[in-house]
Design a binder for this molecule. Sequence first.
Ligand SMILES: *[C@@H]1O[C@H](CO)[C@@H](O)[C@H](O)[C@H]1NC(C)=O
Ligand SMILES: *[C@@H]1O[C@H](CO)[C@@H](O)[C@H](O)[C@H]1NC(C)=O
Ligand SMILES: *[C@@H]1O[C@H](CO)[C@@H](O)[C@H](O)[C@H]1NC(C)=O
Ligand SMILES: *[C@@H]1O[C@H](CO)[C@@H](O)[C@H](O)[C@H]1NC(C)=O
Ligand SMILES: *[C@@H]1O[C@H](CO)[C@@H](O)[C@H](O)[C@H]1NC(C)=O
Ligand SMILES: *[C@@H]1O[C@H](CO)[C@@H](O)[C@H](O)[C@H]1NC(C)=O
Ligand SMILES: *[C@@H]1O[C@H](CO)[C@@H](O)[C@H](O)[C@H]1NC(C)=O
Length: 318
Amino acid sequence: MSYRGAMSCAILAIVAVGFFVQPSLAAVDGVPEDIAALLGLKAAFLDPGGSLEGWNKSTPHCWWVGVGCDELGRVVSLDLNGMNLSGVLSTAVGDLRGLLNLSTAVNSLSGPIPTELSRVSNLRYLNLSNNIFNGSFPSALSRLKNLRILDLYNNNLTGSLPTEVTDLRNLRHLHLGGNFFTGVIPPEYGGWEFLEYLAVSGNELGGRIPPEIGNLSHLRQLYVGYFNSYEGGIPPEMGKLTTLVRLDMANCGLSGEIPAEIGNLVYLDTIFLQVNGLSGRLPTELGQLRSLKSMDLSNNAFTGEILHRLPSLRISPL
Ligand SMILES: *[C@@H]1O[C@H](CO)[C@@H](O)[C@H](O)[C@H]1NC(C)=O
Ligand SMILES: *[C@@H]1O[C@H](CO)[C@@H](O)[C@H](O)[C@H]1NC(C)=O
Ligand SMILES: *[C@@H]1O[C@H](CO)[C@@H](O)[C@H](O)[C@H]1NC(C)=O
Ligand SMILES: *[C@@H]1O[C@H](CO)[C@@H](O)[C@H](O)[C@H]1NC(C)=O
Ligand SMILES: *[C@@H]1O[C@H](CO)[C@@H](O)[C@H](O)[C@H]1NC(C)=O
Ligand SMILES: *[C@@H]1O[C@H](CO)[C@@H](O)[C@H](O)[C@H]1NC(C)=O
Ligand SMILES: *[C@@H]1O[C@H](CO)[C@@H](O)[C@H](O)[C@H]1NC(C)=O
């Protein structure tokens, strides 16, 4: 039997035994630490609905609600989405060293995002959205080199928009919207090679939208509007975002004209620019947006006969 075959037999045996006798799982490296970490997390949550009542030694930890294990009993995913939890996310989360996916979305967790998360070096998916985490983004999280998805939407985070996230070279999806971040969008945010989704909407951002954003060559969705109040206008470099499908720059103090280069975004399906100080004539190049299904340009200061000039668009009146 090959080494691999022998290994999978051994694993099968462990799993088969593990279903009945928890200690054989606990014998695997790291498993006792994982169990202790889960109990540490539970101890720091307030759980009035009893969502985590079953997290106790009467059942193997891999059966606990929200917990996912690999075949050796290491915790690889933790999904605590919508469990009415409050309290804090314990620093014990940093001991779940095998974790790939973590969601505590849609709870009422408060306090800081624990710096110890930076020790979970294989983490790929982190969703802390819709809580009340506060404080600034812990810079140590720049160590999570495997992170692909980071969703911090709708929390109470403050401070500058973190530049540390630009060290997360594998990011595909970054949602920092709905917080209280201040300052500018760092020009470094144009530096991700694989980023497909970027949202910084609904913060307290200002300054100019950096032209470097135009370098995000895989970007499909961009959300920068609402509550933010920028200086200047739409950078013409955004015409380089030729994979863009959805663009929302509504209600964020933009001025100047819509650059003709926006006509290059031929996959654009939705464009929201309403409630800004945009002016001048609409560029005829907007007529090249063949994929467009939804456009809102209302509440700006455009001149000229808008609909007449864009015969190819099938859109509702402004
Ligand atoms: C959360 O709390 C609300 C109101 O207290 C309750 O209706 C709901 O069933 C709870 N959900 C869970 C998952 O415990
Ligand atoms: C332990 O978990 C079981 C379900 O696995 C549950 O029925 C029991 O009430 C829990 N015990 C305590 C003390 O919460
Ligand atoms: C982690 O989440 C991704 C998608 O969100 C999923 O494809 C993957 O199977 C999950 N992995 C684990 C270990 O749960
Ligand atoms: C994060 O969780 C929320 C709530 O379940 C969900 O709506 C959102 O899509 C998740 N984010 C990502 C990037 O998967
Ligand atoms: C976070 O919120 C708690 C409770 O509201 C507060 O005591 C603490 O000062 C806040 N921390 C920061 C950094 O704002
Ligand atoms: C979140 O921040 C907002 C605005 O600063 C504040 O009104 C609210 O009380 C904060 N929530 C908590 C739970 O700290
Ligand atoms: C990114 O864009 C800026 C401004 O548009 C440009 O000067 C810079 O050279 C670009 N950087 C890279 C790495 O392409």
